[in-house]
Design a protein around this ligand. Structure first.
Ligand code: PMT
Length: 311
């Protein structure tokens, strides 16, 4: 393992993490979903989406958060489903859901209104967006092509990712990981965390955060070494973005790194692979960058499934 994902650090991280609520149920749902798609030789992608929280207290009142609206993960999930992938959508609770990108945040109160017969109806101006959301979600779930698994904390995210990745090992090259979630690099180890709300009487607060082992290395080398793995690189400084993405490509031996800058992330991404860079920019004709991004990655994954490599 690389120094950033040393076995001892990874084991220490999981050993000290609080136990995962509903672990057995999550494990079972994931296993059943993967078994079903393995028996049908389907391609399967795990899309991670949203930011992770880092609790500062065990009975958590305060936490540190990583920014991500979930739009990238939600949009990408829609296109993967369209490309006939089975999708495990590992998402931060409360972030944007597949097929719901056009629906307002407070959908219930904005999109619905009382009707004349003491019932509820969809407001006319939102009808097509609501219909798209309900039908898309329903079809995904009913066709068993979409499995949604929520998380909130960094601990939950990494514990569930491990469950999914070790189960997806059996799919070999048919599995893809699309790691769009914004994952914290720092955390407060559970054993050094206070039980109760941090008191403010002392004025300022100094805290020491430990480094989170880079789990991409572990995923690539241990959990699902034969899967196609796409990670993301987010920077706010455009001048270092592509270099950092290239560094990540080499260091974590992923198949592609999608580089994006915070302010332009909806308009432009650069896919960095061992074979060079591909820039995708949203045009007036395209609804978003994810359509072309996912199309590109599906092609590379298809080559990888056939040959164990891609151009
Ligand atoms: O959700 P949106 O608002 O649409 O925005 C989308 C996005 C900007 C969040 C998304 O496109 C994106 O860039 N996601 C990755 C953000 C991020 O965490 O970047 P990073 O440079 O800190 O991490 C790089 C990679 O390492 C990520 O794939 C992450 O999953 C992974 N990682 C991070 C920390 C850690 N301890 N282990 C990891 O494996």
């Amino acid at each position: 393992m690389t120094c950033e994902g040393k076995t001892s650090d990874v084991e220490a991280f999981f050993a000290s993490a609080p136990s995962l609520r509903d672990e057995d149920t999550i494990r079972q749902r994931v296993q059943v979903f993967i078994d079903e798609h393995r028996s049908r030789h389907n391609r399967l992608v795990c899309v991670t989406s949203g930011g992770t929280t880092v609790p500062l207290e065990r009975r958590c009142v305060r936490f540190i958060d990583n920014f991500s609206s979930g739009n990238r993960g939600a949009a990408s999930t829609e296109y993967f489903l369209k490309a006939d992938y089975a999708v495990i959508f590992l998402y931060r609770g409360g972030t944007i859901q597949p097929f719901c990108r056009s629906v307002p945040d407070d959908a219930l109160l904005t999109c619905l209104e009382p009707d004349d017969s003491h019932g509820i109806k969809v407001r006319a101006e939102f009808y097509s967006d609501v219909e798209h959301a309900i039908r898309g979600n329903h079809e995904g779930l009913m066709s068993h092509k979409l499995l949604k698994v929520p998380y909130t904390t960094l601990f939950e995210y990494l514990q569930i990712l491990q469950i999914i990745a070790t189960a997806a090992h059996s799919l070999q090259r048919l599995a893809m990981f699309y790691l769009a979630a914004a994952v914290s690099d720092f955390y407060v180890p559970w054993e050094s965390m206070g039980e109760h709300k941090i008191q403010s009487a002392g004025g300022s607060l100094a805290m020491q955060l430990a480094g989170v082992p880079k789990m991409i290395s572990v995923l690539r080398e241990g959990w699902a070494p034969n899967a196609f793995c796409v990670s993301f690189k987010l920077e706010t400084d455009q001048t270092i973005l592509i270099q950092k993405a290239n560094d990540a490509l080499r260091k974590y031996r992923v198949h592609a790194v999608v580089a994006n800058e915070l302010n332009t992330r909806r308009k432009k991404v650069t896919i960095v692979t061992a074979n060079g860079d591909t820039v995708i920019e949203r045009t007036d004709q395209a609804p978003d960058v994810e359509m072309e991004l996912v199309g590109f990655l599906c092609e590379k994954h298809a080559e990888f499934i056939s040959n164990g490599q891609y151009t």
